[in-house]
Design a binder for this molecule. Structure first.
Ligand code: 6CS
Ligand code: FE
Length: 300
C-alpha cells in the first residue's frame, strides 16, 4: 500500500493494490440536479445507458479551421514545444499533446464557456463544473501511436484524488476521424464496472504514462470480460464532431499508419461536488497542468 496519509473518509473505488478486481460502480452516470440545457432527454438516456453520446457539427467548419490554425501556431512555437505541458513522441520528437489549453489558448477558453458545451456538461454532471484537465491531441499520420485500453477515472482517482466518477470528457475532432486512423474505441455500458487494477503507482508516473500508460492498465482477462459483455464501438465522424464520454468509460485507440492525421481537443469537466482529495493510490499528486486544483465553477 502507499505510504501517503489519506485524508479521505472512504475509498469506494480501491485500485493499484496486489490484485485486480471488477467492482460495481455505485454512482450514477447522468446525475440529477440540472434540468435544462442543450442535451435532449434521448441524448441523456443514451449517455446514461452507453456511457457516451456523439454530436456531429458541434464546431462549424469555420471554427474547426480557426482551431486548426491555432494548433499549428502552437506546435510551431519553440517556447510551447519546450514547455513541460507539451508531450512529444519518443524518437520523432513530434508534438503529441499540449496540456492546459483551457488556460493558455483563448479560443478554447471561450469555446468551453459557451452554453452548447458548458450547459451540456452541467446537465450530465448535475451541478456546476470546472475543468479538471484539457489537452489538444495530435496523432500524426504514419507514426501516430494510440493508447491501450484504460479507464480515465481509474487514473484520476488513483493519482489525482478524484473521489467519484462524476466527470465527463469531451473530445472534439479537429480532423476527420476514420475507423482506420486511430479513432477512439469505446465499450458501451462498461462505465458501470470499475476495474480495480493491480500494481502500485511508481514515483512521477505521469512522466511516462502520458506517452504510454503501463500502470492502471486492466488485465487482458478483465478487458475480454467487458468486451464480450458490452462489445466495442468506435467514434468516427467529420471534423467538428464531438464525443462526450463518462470518466469511467473503457476506451483505447490504435496506431495511425495512414497519411491522415487525427487531432482532437480534449476537455475534462468535473463536478464542483467532486473536487480532488489526496491521491487514493499515489504518494504525491500530479502537476497542476494535468490535474487542476482551480475548482472555480466555469461561467459564461
Ligand atoms: O492520465 C491522464 O490523465 C490522461 N491519460 C490518458 C491515457 N487518457 C486520459 C488522460 O488524458
Ligand atoms: Fe484516456
Amino acid at each position: 500500500m502507499t505510504s501517503v496519509q489519506k485524508t479521505h473518509t472512504e475509498d469506494r473505488y480501491p485500485t493499484r493494490s496486489s490484485e485486480s478486481a471488477l467492482l460495481e460502480r455505485t454512482d450514477p452516470v447522468v446525475w440529477p440536479g440540472v434540468d435544462n440545457g442543450p442535451a435532449s432527454a434521448a441524448e441523456l438516456a443514451e449517455h446514461d445507458e452507453k456511457g457516451f453520446h456523439v454530436l456531429t457539427g458541434l464546431l462549424s467548419p469555420a471554427e474547426v479551421q480557426q482551431q486548426w490554425q491555432e494548433l499549428q501556431r502552437m506546435t510551431d512555437d519553440p517556447a510551447i514545444r519546450s514547455d513541460e505541458r507539451t508531450v512529444v513522441e519518443k524518437g520523432t520528437e513530434e508534438v503529441r499533446s499540449i496540456f492546459d489549453v483551457h488556460r493558455t489558448n483563448r479560443l478554447i477558453a471561450d469555446l468551453i464557456r459557451q452554453p452548447r458545451i458548458l450547459d451540456r456538461a452541467r446537465q450530465i454532471l448535475g451541478s456546476d463544473v470546472y475543468v479538471h484537465q484539457s489537452r489538444i491531441n495530435y496523432m500524426p499520420g504514419f507514426r501516430g501511436s494510440g493508447f491501450y485500453w484504460h479507464s480515465d477515472f481509474e487514473t484520476w482517482h488513483a493519482e489525482d484524488g478524484m473521489p467519484a466518477p462524476r466527470a465527463v470528457s469531451l473530445s472534439i475532432a479537429l480532423t476527420d476521424n476514420y475507423p482506420f486512423n486511430g479513432g477512439l474505441m469505446v465499450m458501451p455500458g462498461a462505465q458501470r464496472t470499475f476495474i480495480s487494477c493491480a500494481g502500485e503507482t511508481p514515483e512521477d508516473n505521469y512522466k511516462s504514462s502520458l506517452k504510454k500508460q503501463e500502470v492502471g492498465v486492466p488485465s487482458e482477462d478483465d478487458i475480454s470480460k467487458l468486451a464480450y459483455e458490452h462489445g466495442i464501438e468506435q467514434f468516427t465522424g467529420p471534423a467538428g464532431s464531438a464525443l462526450w464520454f463518462d470518466s469511467n468509460t473503457m476506451h483505447g485507440s490504435g496506431n495511425n499508419i495512414t497519411p491522415y492525421p487525427r487531432s482532437n481537443i480534449f476537455i475534462v469537466f468535473n463536478s464542483v461536488e467532486n473536487t480532488l482529495h489526496e491521491p487514493f493510490a499515489a504518494n504525491q499528486p500530479r502537476p497542476e497542468f494535468v490535474a487542476s486544483h482551480d475548482f472555480t465553477p466555469l461561467s459564461r
